[in-house]
Design a protein around this ligand. Structure first.
Ligand code: DC
Length: 237
């Protein structure tokens, strides 16, 4: 457990798509009783908003027509004990299921590459510091580099394209989706490419206070133990 002296700790978890960030976040949030935020869900929430406003139905799609919708939005994250999942709320509406839809998944990387949208979300994310009490666990692509470069503990996750695609494929199959492994792999390669090549806040390994985890051949338990050790060393030495 983390003692009082170390209150207000920020742990950032960045990394590639389907590299196990959310599973690890859940384990750490439970272990340390920290407030957990998934910034990927925020980008997905905004994409849902754009779809609902029919922004993609016109050839005149233009960020200036959309950006004002982001002026008064707010996100909250609540632990649903019954299903052992963290649920995301946009303006008090539970959007957990809608934001995982294929329609949102196909469009989210596009919106996440638009600087004006990232700037809006950056402001919202930075304000989150004031609402958590003990510690904050925050997951995304640019948390340790852009949003909270001051974070004392940073985790950067990766794994081979094949293992990440296979894990994602199994997850989708379990949900009953009809999709091939090849299609999942193509989507992961596409999202990796957009994440690392965008000009504004690309996915990068943070330089300081960071442990890199390649979990291609690592079990969930072993990974958890390595990270716990890293956190303890960082906090107590
Ligand atoms: O983690 P995820 O797959 O749910 O993220 C959805 C999309 O949002 C993905 O294309 C990467 C992007 N994203 C981002 O650009 N920056 C973040 N901090 C979080 C997610």
């Amino acid at each position: 457990m983390i003692n009082n002296k170390n209150k207000k700790i920020i742990i950032s978890i960045d990394g590639y798509s389907s590299s196990g960030k959310s599973s690890l976040s859940k384990q750490l949030a439970e272990h340390f009783k920290y407030y957990y935020i998934n910034t990927g869900d925020m980008y997905r929430g905004i994409t849902l908003l754009a779809i609902r406003q029919k922004m993609f139905n016109s050839d005149l799609w233009n960020v200036t027509n959309f950006i004002h919708y982001l002026n008064n939005i707010h996100f909250t994250f609540k632990w649903n004990k019954k299903i052992n999942e963290i649920e995301t709320f946009l303006n008090n509406e539970n959007i957990k299921n809608q934001i995982k839809s294929r329609q949102v998944t196909e469009k989210v990387s596009l919106l996440a590459s638009i600087p004006e949208i990232r700037e809006k979300l950056n402001v919202i994310q930075k304000k989150l510091v004031s609402i958590y009490k003990n510690g904050l666990l925050i997951e995304g692509r640019d948390i340790g580099t852009t949003i909270f470069p001051q974070a004392k503990i940073k985790i950067f996750m990766k794994g081979s394209t094949e293992i990440r695609s296979f894990r994602r494929y199994k997850e989708l199959k379990k949900k009953g989706e009809k999709i091939s492994y090849e299609k999942v792999k193509q989507n992961i390669l596409y999202r990796d490419m957009l994440d690392i090549s965008r000009k504004y806040s690309p996915l990068q390994k943070p330089i300081q206070n960071c442990i890199e985890i390649d979990n291609t051949y690592l079990s969930i338990n072993k990974q958890f133990n390595i990270i716990l050790q890293f956190i303890k060393n960082k906090l107590y030495t």
